[in-house]
Design a protein around this ligand. Structure first.
Ligand code: BES
Ligand code: MN
Ligand code: ZN
Length: 490
């Protein structure tokens, strides 16, 4: 599907989308809608007057085969009380519009894009995505008929440059969704690393650490997680040097990339285990964000590090009770092999600080089921040693509708992971599971300003939203991109 920014056209073919807003218990057509209404001899105002249409946000009336214009249909969409919409609302409307029209049979849609036209296009693109590559017949899946979306505006150049940027961000979001949707037999550490390497074409540097190099560095924590799998454990480092300043410490993103989490010897129950293909969602957010930043040529230096590993039970798998030595030198008693994400991140975080001395680190991980208990699926939990970073993330999250909510960490929680025989154990008690996981990570963070984002609840959704079909959300890509754009570019 192609999205175009185009001059206002009062006689398009295909489907035409117009807007109306709420006014005194009724509705009013926008200026452009009024213009079209005249040409149809008042068909639009008539059709929208006798039903329940009030112009409420997202409310719709469909007028088929209107006379006086070429279009097959007019879709009149309510935008709420104000005659103006915000960028975020424009994105939501884009999503709602494409859901309504993607199976209508028309291949071209024309949308009134006078206000935030590029945002409407962004919403359309994000909501139109579907992971359908494994369908071989049309029996089980509907295929969208829409090939072109023309957003009409008089301010072409502004809208075009905004849309260009949105397209790059959408590329990152969609890459993250694709990665998360891929099953474990297709996406495993080696195949995942190959896909990341392809991003060098965008100007990213990509480096892969293999098992021998990780052994050399003493990374027993991440290696232990992968030792039961026939796939090799890999750490992939992506570098984007977009800043024009000579010496700037990079921003660092770190992601959990467990390509499949069976739980290992502490095996998970069978029901729902298939969902654990999304246990690399944190790494997908990092990869997608790197793609977006490189794509839109962001003026910033960023390091992205992902730990790619499969957690399997086997004759060579790690046992509950095993003690491993992390790269940091701290020893860990592995009480539960299903609390593997923190073991992966421990070595990634340490390596990141040791090698790159970043000015800040944000890690993302589908780390704990307890996150779903605490916050459900709307907010991701954040845990941090730095108030300013939390504020910046929270503002960015609200702006792009990927919101975060801060939870506490502290000494009382930290004590819960003390071990009898090693420096720490990898699980706390029954309570505060997301916090004790964060506490574990913090033991691998020095003085570096750091935020951990637990995306266990937000990476995958059972229900569609305005900007995503059900399934992988790509959560984190837009958040990280916005966080950088607002705070860390030259
Ligand atoms: N990947 C899971 C966390 C998870 C569970 C994410 C459900 C999304 C949905 C993680 O590796 C895990 O298994 N965590 C355990 C930790 C426990 C053993 C302390 C959990 O949350 O049950
Ligand atoms: Mn697990
Ligand atoms: Zn996991």
């Amino acid at each position: 599907m192609k999205i175009n920014i185009i001059k206002k056209n009062t006689n398009p073919s295909g489907s035409l989308v117009l807007f109306a807003y709420e006014k005194d218990d009724s509705h009013k057509l926008s200026a452009f809608a009024l213009q079209i209404d005249k040409k149809t001899g008042g068909a639009i105002s008539k059709a929208s007057s006798f039903g329940k249409f009030k112009g409420k946000f997202g409310q719709m009336v469909e007028i088929l085969a209107p006379t006086g214009i070429e279009a097959n249909r007019v879709l009149l969409v309510g935008i709420g009380k104000s005659p103006y919409i915000s960028p975020k609302q424009a994105q939501q409307l884009g999503g709602k519009i494409i859901v309504k029209l993607m199976y209508c049979g028309d291949d071209t849609i024309w949308i009134d894009g006078e206000y935030h036209g590029a945002d409407i296009g962004f919403g359309v693109r994000l909501r139109h995505y579907k992971f359908d590559k494994y369908y071989t017949t049309e029996k089980n899946i509907k295929i969208s008929s829409v090939l072109q979306v023309n957003i009409m505006t008089d301010d072409i150049s502004t809208a075009k440059s905004q849309l260009d940027e949105f397209e790059k961000i959408a590329d990152g979001v969609i890459m993250a969704r694709d990665l998360v949707s891929e099953p474990g037999n297709i996406l495993y550490p080696e195949s995942y690393a190959e896909q990341i390497k392809e991003m060098t074409s965008l100007g990213l540097e990509v480096e892969v650490l293999h098992e021998d190099a990780m052994e050399e560095l003493g990374m027993e924590a991440i290696l232990g997680v992968g030792q039961g799998s026939s796939s090799e454990t890999l750490m992939v480092i992506m570098k984007w040097n977009g800043s024009n300043k000579k010496t700037t410490q990079p921003v660092a993103f770190v992601g959990k990339g467990v390509t499949f989490d069976t739980g290992g010897i502490s095996l998970k129950p069978g029901a729902g285990m298939e969902d654990m293909k999304f246990d690399m969602g944190g790494s997908a957010a990092v990869v997608g964000a790197m793609k977006a930043l490189a794509g839109r040529n962001a003026k910033v230096n960023v390091i992205g590090i992902v730990g790619l590993v499969e957690n399997m039970p086997s004759g060579t798998a790690q046992r509950p009770g095993d003690v491993v030595n992390s790269m940091s030198g701290q020893t860990i008693e592995v009480i539960n092999t299903d609390a593997e994400g923190r073991l992966v991140l421990a070595d990634c975080l340490w390596y990141c600080q040791d090698k790159y001395k970043p000015k800040l680190i944000i890690d993302l991980a589908t780390l704990t089921g307890a996150m779903l208990v605490a916050l459900g699926q709307d907010y991701a939990g954040i845990f941090s040693n730095n108030d300013k970073l939390c504020k910046q993330l929270s503002v960015a999250g609200d702006a792009v509708d990927e919101p975060v909510w801060r939870l506490p960490i502290g000494d009382g929680y930290d004590k819960l992971i003390n071990s009898d025989i090693a420096d720490m154990k990898n699980i706390g008690g029954r309570y505060a599971g997301s916090i004790t996981a964060a506490q574990f990570l913090q033991r691998f963070v020095n003085k570096t300003p750091w935020v951990h984002i637990d995306i266990a609840g937000t990476a995958w959704k059972q229900k569609a939203s305005d900007l995503a079909a059900k399934g992988a959300t790509g959560y984190g890509v837009r958040l990280l991109d916005r966080f950088i754009k607002d705070n860390y570019e030259d």
